[in-house]
Design a protein around this ligand. Structure first.
Ligand SMILES: O=C(O)C1=C[C@@H](OP(=O)(O)O)[C@@H](O)[C@H](O)C1
Ligand SMILES: C=C(OP(=O)(O)O)C(=O)O
Length: 422
């Protein structure tokens, strides 16, 4: 049986979920730290790291470009760079890891030679044209025929331009990618946002913080302009905080079952954007009528499934770019929720309206949830299975993208799982 044919049915526990579950390391921070350590000369020790599909793709791509990476335990990478990435022999295959794909596309300009950045069939539908255009403006010879991966970068090891304007409407990762690569060139570079606002600005803050930890000098000249000095990076030891997006499932499981799950870390301690969702989750079953998802995008699937059990309906706005994530998440959420109960969610343009029905809890409503190979759709719909009998998650193994132990952690809290446990 292929992974995609596997099915896992969640058995509602019928009791509050209680216990201790530590979320894994942050995907976003792990993939930034791996890249920056790989660009640095010397040895960096990254602790608290995530080991999952997305970070394995990043680590293996860096290995293919001459970086030595060892893994002494489940949460540590020891990274030794030479201060220069070398051209890989084969295309870099990055699965559906958006961070690895975008970050390495820009970093490939620092390689003297050809780098092909490619991914799986889902990644090949995720836009990268704005980043390609921006890199061209910095003098990089680069092509992405379809506007999505594969991308061919013929780098010279440097940039010839010193100012670039980037349209980050589809993804903040384009800005992060340019910022991190810019410090590896031989001249200062100004990076300017095309529009005033940007979804998930908090991810840019994460990037700048990680760059500074590895010795870069980044100045915010205005809310939409960053100046990056050509410092290169210093090897350093770096502690990675737990993943805030992974934490959202545990926070939601706690409020849905009126339980008590100890994550070992307070919501206020996270520097990642999705931690903002804690307040909304804690307001359950009185969630706000309108939730702006633009600054906590990866938490929206969690919030949308939770909203189905809220006292009153919830409209999600500011979520347009959920259509170009691992799958079209607006569609996956409206389809999955309506599969549980017709009309439970509808799309209005790029808004998602969740009708809400507290009486769903305790019912038997058999539904096979198509996850579209998207880890967040699998993990969020499992939450519905905590309260409704008959929720079956298709392709449950897709959680390996960012949270390989997810099913084990639910089981450790006393949730019954029937079927193909990955
Ligand atoms: O920079 C990052 O680490 C991320 C940025 C966000 O993506 P977009 O900027 O594409 O919205 C987020 O959805 C993704 O999971 C991680
Ligand atoms: C959007 C996501 O991932 P990425 O863009 O890094 O593939 C995510 O993890 O929800």
């Amino acid at each position: 049986m292929s992974n995609a044919d596997q099915k896992l049915t969640i058995l509602p526990p019928g009791h509050p979920l209680e216990g201790r579950v530590s979320p894994p390391g942050s995907k976003s921070i792990t993939n930034r730290a791996l890249l920056l350590a790989g660009l640095a000369k010397g040895t960096s020790r990254l602790t608290g790291a995530l080991k999952s599909d997305d970070t394995r793709y990043m680590a293996d791509a860096l290995r293919a470009m001459g970086v030595t990476i060892s893994e002494p335990d489940e949460t540590t990478f020891i990274v030794t760079g030479t201060g220069k990435l070398s051209a890989p022999e084969k295309p870099l295959f990055l699965g559906n890891a958006g961070t690895a794909t975008r970050f390495l596309t820009a970093a490939a300009a620092l390689v003297d030679g050809t780098v092909v950045v490619d991914g799986d069939q889902h990644m090949r539908k995720r836009p990268i044209a704005p980043l390609v255009t921006a890199l061209r403006a910095l003098g990089v010879t680069i092509e992405a025929k379809t506007g999505c991966p594969p991308v061919t970068v013929n780098g010279t090891g440097d940039f010839t331009g010193d100012h670039v304007t980037i349209d980050a409407g589809l993804s903040s990762q384009y800005v992060s990618a340019l910022l991190m690569a810019a410090a590896g060139g031989s001249r200062p570079v100004n990076i300017e946002l095309a529009g005033e606002e940007i979804g998930a600005r908090g991810y840019i803050d994460l990037t700048v913080a990680a760059m500074r930890a590895f010795g870069a000098k980044v100045t915010q000249a205005s809310p939409s302009v960053w100046q990056v000095a050509p410092t290169g990076y210093h090897a350093t030891d770096y502690v990675i905080e737990p993943d805030a997006s992974a934490a959202t499932y545990l926070w939601a499981a706690e409020v849905l079952t009126a339980g008590r799950i100890d994550l070992g870390v307070a919501a206020e301690a996270f520097s990642q954007p999705d931690a903002k969702s804690y307040e909304v989750i804690a307001s359950f079953p009185h969630m706000p009528a309108v939730i702006d998802g633009s600054q906590m995008q990866d938490a929206v699937p969690t919030l949308a499934v939770l909203a189905a059990f809220n006292e009153t309906p919830v409209r999600f706005v500011g979520i347009e770019n959920l259509r170009v994530k691992e799958c079209d998440r607006i569609r996956a959420l409206s389809t999955g929720l309506s599969n549980i109960r017709p009309g439970l969610a509808i799309e209005e343009g790029d808004d998602l309206l969740v009708a809400s029905d507290p009486k769903l809890a305790g019912q038997t409503l058999p539904a096979d949830i198509d996850t579209f190979a998207d880890h967040r759709i699998a993990m969020s719909f499992a939450l519905a299975g905590l309260k409704i009998n008959g929720i079956t998650i298709l392709d449950p193994g897709c959680v390996a993208k960012t949270y390989p132990r997810y099913w084990d952690e639910l089981a450790s809290l006393g949730v019954g799982l029937e079927g193909d446990r990955p």
